[in-house]
Design a binder for this molecule. Structure first.
Ligand code: NAI
Length: 629
């Protein structure tokens, strides 16, 4: 409230004030600018204005909930505050958030000239609602209430009520819009302090710091220099190869894309173009930038031009022998310094490097589908991979705008390994009579972006079944997929891509399909299989597998598992990540439930050694954050 009063003092000074904005103006910075009479922004690309507090489980606390809607209107103000969206200078000008946009080099000069002008006139700003709609919203009783109610419904639909901050922001604005600033600031401060101590806010702040940690992490402890990657090769122009080529080109990396046939190249090229075109439609890219970006991708059906590449990444068929041959061939062809990466989702990087000269530069770079949207990259170090190769791929992933975690070479790496038992369990639960829509609703309520049945259909039941077999081969019984998984694949119920999987898809819309009963022949859902038990069976299996990954030191930090699950699967950020969530429940409670599940549902629920140890000694995962190697 002290700071609120400083901003109010600034606002009420008889001297007019101008905020000259250059660079990131986030949260408090924007609130300071809002307290000024006028705002001038530089046109530099790094100038971004926003109130991102909701992303940390908070609301603006220094007058943002009051001054933003007053300045830009109720609907636009709500949108900024509820989404945490940032806008560039030109958008800010259009919405009335800034008064003038000037070239970055002239910002100081122009702001001073404007100040001199205002010094003559002494003109303060008067908050007069500009258009009729805003006037009506402020004056007509109940009008603002309706707008806030619509916003509340949208937030509830999007977040299942899991995020208290946007709901609190709506309550504050609904109560204060059109009223006195003084009262409004009190209501805001009251709501802010209540949010500060919520677990949701603390977890979101935890995730923010995890992200900051990734930004600083070089991927190795030693002093190594990452190689610059300006020109790369992508072998395999399918779903993943096309996406990877697009990402590289979007980030100014020249690409040579190789496949066996020209039609495959054409498909990869078309897939990349489609993604760029969407950016043009959303006005994130100009048509000439699309053209320039596409020109950075060249196609080839031989290895011409591969001699001088900085990196070659392969995304060809998931077959060890075929990939091994490719690496052998590449090894003889490219320079010894060229990094050789694989996008394999299940094969051993160490095995792939066998027979390649200089296996130390062979490394895993595991993207997730769709490449342009999924933020995570698992960087896999094989037994012989050099720290330099790891550091180079970590640095490169960040330059591509991705979030990398370094993982040891082990079947399924981290994310798919943890998802394996979760997806298998979804099929078990279907068999026990939990309807897919019910199961998906339970997990959405838990905070997953989509439930496991929808996820199985998205990934493809054939792909999920293949991964399940690999994990079963590596880890034995606890990873054994239910036989229905194989059955649905044989029946070509492969998921969304063919229009039918667990659900049926018509015009892209998901519907529960009646013939699912004939495929799965589920029993009636027993009364003790409550929603809570369904959630626990699904989530505790992930925690159990995550704890094994920690036990085996597959990652360098406990938090890497949480980063992997949040950025690779969308695991509920407000819960702080998989293992942070486990810590909030406590190993003792988890183990006790798992023991009950073993008796009822089978040995696959057996708690890991580490969970048992933590249960006995009441330890948490985050107590041992750095795992060493
Ligand atoms: P895809 O079947 O869509 O594409 C494979 C492409 O590689 C095809 O265009 C094929 O013609 C080409 N190809 C096959 N052998 C080749 C060779 N010897 N030389 C050059 N090109 C060759 O497959 P997708 O889905 O893109 O997967 C590729 C890799 O990425 C696999 O290792 C897969 O495990 C991995 N991956 C797949 C994900 C997915 O969701 N699809 C996610 C993460 C990894």
């Amino acid at each position: 409230m002290k700071l609120q009063s400083v901003f109010t003092y600034l606002e009420q000074m008889s001297i007019p004030s101008i905020a000259a904005i250059h660079g990131a103006s986030m949260g408090g910075g924007t609130e300071l600018a809002l307290a000024c009479d006028y705002r001038m922004a530089s046109d530099a690309p790094q100038t971004k204005i926003g109130l991102p507090e909701v992303l940390l489980g908070l609301i603006p606390g220094w007058g943002g909930t009051q001054r933003m809607p007053r300045l830009v209107g109720l609907e636009a103000g709500l949108d900024m505050i509820l989404t945490g969206r940032t806008v560039d200078a030109s958008k800010a000008k259009k919405m009335g958030l800034v008064d003038k946009v000037v070239p970055a080099e002239a910002l100081n000069e122009k702001a001073m000239a404007w100040a001199m002008e205002l010094a003559q006139s002494g003109k303060k700003r008067h908050f007069e609602q500009k258009n009729l709609k805003e006037k009506a919203l402020a004056k007509v009783p109940g009008a603002a209430w309706v707008v806030c109610e619509i916003a509340r419904k949208q937030v509830m639909q999007k977040t299942q009520g899991n995020y208290p901050a946007p709901l609190a922001a709506i309550r504050v604005i609904r109560k204060t819009y059109g009223g006195s600033l003084e009262k409004g600031l009190k209501v805001e401060a009251d709501a802010f302090t209540k949010l500060m101590v919520t677990p949701e806010s603390q977890n979101l702040i935890h995730v923010f710091y995890l992200n900051e940690k990734v930004k600083k992490d070089k991927g190795t402890e030693g002093k190594v220099t990452a190689k610059t990657i300006a020109h790369a090769g992508v072998v395999g122009a399918g779903v993943m190869g096309g996406g990877i080529a697009q990402l590289f080109a979007a980030r100014n990396v020249r690409v040579r894309m190789k496949d066996i046939h020209w039609d495959a190249i054409a498909k990869g090229y078309a897939a990349a173009k489609k993604i760029f075109q969407k950016s043009v439609e959303r006005r994130k890219l100009k048509p000439n930038e699309l053209k320039n970006a596409m020109e950075r991708i060249e196609g080839t059906v031989d290895f011409s031009g591969f001699e001088h590449l900085d990196l070659v990444i392969e995304a060809i068929v998931e077959n060890l022998e075929v990939k091994k041959n490719l690496f052998k061939e590449l090894g003889a062809l490219v320079s010894p310094q060229t990094l050789l990466a694989t996008n394999t989702s299940s094969l051993s990087v160490t095995a792939l490097a066998e027979g390649t000269p200089h296996p130390e530069r062979v490394v895993g770079m595991h993207f997730f589908n769709p490449v342009d949207k999924m933020p995570l990259v698992e960087v896999i170090a094989g037994n012989q991979t050099s720290p330099e190769a790891v550091a180079s791929i970590v640095t490169f992933s960040k330059a591509l705008g991705k979030t990398p975690i370094v993982v040891k070479d082990s079947p399924g790496f981290v994310v798919n390994r943890i998802l394996g038992p979760y997806l298998n369990e979804a099929i078990h639960l279907l068999m026990e009579g939990v309807r897919p829509t019910e199961m998906d609703r339970i997990m959405e309520k838990f905070g997953m972006p989509m439930g496991p049945c929808a996820l199985l259909d998205e990934v493809g039941l054939d792909v999920a079944s293949k991964v399940s077999h690999v994990l079963y081969g590596a880890f034995g019984e606890r990873m054994k997929g239910p036989e229905q998984m194989t059955q649905v694949v044989q029946e070509k119920r492969l998921g969304k891509k063919v229009g039918v999987g667990i659900y049926r898809y018509e015009n892209g819309k998901r519907q529960e399909s009646a013939d699912l009963l004939t495929v799965f022949k589920p029993q009636a859902r027993p009364s003790d299989l409550t929603d809570e038990v369904v959630m626990k069976r699904l989530v505790y299996l992930m925690i159990n597998e995550g704890s094994r990954c920690v036990e085996e030191k597959l990652v360098r930090h406990v938090s890497d598992i949480d980063v992997g699950m949040i950025f690779g699967t969308g695991f509920a950020p407000f819960r702080g990540g998989l293992l942070k969530y486990a810590d909030s429940i406590g190993a003792e409670a988890i183990v006790s439930d798992l023991d009950i599940f073993i008796r009822k549902y089978g040995e696959r629920f057996k708690p890991s050694k580490l969970l048992q140890e933590y249960s006995v000694h009441r330890k948490t995962f985050y107590q041992a954050e750095d795992l060493g190697s």
